[in-house]
Design a protein around this ligand. Sequence first.
Ligand SMILES: CC1(C)O[C@@H]2[C@@H](CO[C@@]3(CNc4nc5cc6c(=O)[nH]c(N)nc6cc5[nH]4)OC(C)(C)O[C@@H]23)O1
Length: 374
Amino acid sequence: MSEDFRFTLKNTDGNARLGEISMPRGVIRTPAFMPVGTAGTVKAMYLDQVRDLGADIILGNTYHLMLRPGAERVARLGGLHSLIRWPHPILTDSGGFQVMSLAALREIDERKGVTFKSHIDGSVHHMSPERSIEIQGLLGSDIQMQLDECVRLPAERPEIEKSTEMSLAWAERCRVAFGDQPGKAMFGIVQGGDIPDLRVRSARGLADLDLKGYAVGGLAVGEPQAVMLDMLEITLPELPTQKPRYLMGVGTPDDILKSVARGIDMFDCVMPTRAGRHGLAFTRRGKVNLRNARHAEDLRPLDEESICPATRDYSRAYLHHLVRANESLAGMLLTWNNLHYYQQLMQGIRAAIAEGRYEDFMAETQEGWARGDV
Ligand SMILES: CC1(C)O[C@@H]2[C@@H](CO[C@@]3(CNc4nc5cc6c(=O)[nH]c(N)nc6cc5[nH]4)OC(C)(C)O[C@@H]23)O1
């Protein structure tokens, strides 16, 4: 393992990139999908299973963990890696976005940061750029995200411009607060809403800070896929090619295929885990909603050719029964299936880029979904 944080580009195929991030806690093969472990658990999974499925890194969340069990308590307990028994890399989001999407927001002030009430017990909390980096350090996070503000779209230019400039100023403060931590990284987050010149302004401003990696934020918040992809085509050329790019909150398998084709290296999304808990299975023939009565007496598995026991060994009839009965095992088996599908997709993407056949791989994969699940 590297004693430092080192990103190596191994191959490109068009704008698709094959790479590796080498860190003290392990190597991250890119393009990578990071299962979401918001409150220190990837819901309905044992982390040994998550690792066996091929995940090199998982995501944690500053907002949730600072509220419960508390950042200082996690530090007293030895840090997140030992507490949750995941010795590999962890990326933590900075909390700003979750404040906007979960907490009762009190105020946002460029100097002080965000003040909010906990969605758990209503207690009031303050999070400055410096405090967000401090919390991520207390958690022991390997890749830390700057504190930023993600403006809900649609929004007018003045609001997006003000928020983009504030996020840029917070990036600089986070860079100073993070300092020089060998083997760890702090990523900036590009904002700018759906306004091209603000996206360019944000990306260039962050590139000038010479950070170890760059996330594209402010997307996957309900905008059409075409808008998300357009913003990538505007943003990515402004970012250094030798640094990893992380598209936050994305996405469906189709979102991932198309974003890899535009130059994204890292993804995270609750889709496979959340959908699994709601009875939805991702397969190479498309999505299967196990709540649907048509599965009630179908003894076929989700995919007889899969190597994943959840996909190969359980009948749709049984999965349908478990989903209808709201049994815990439904979420466990379907989350297992979905994370396996996502990691297999990433493995296929990496192999295709390595062999210079990414466009064909993307077309074949999309055709498989279009054939549908018979
Ligand atoms: C796609 C899917 C299934 O993911 C769900 C739900 C709604 O979208 C998601 C995912 N999208 C998403 N965009 C993001 C943008 C930022 C950002 O600009 N800054 C920072 N610091 N973190 C971010 C995290 C992000 N997550 O965001 C919440 C609201 C967390 O639930 C997720 O639809």
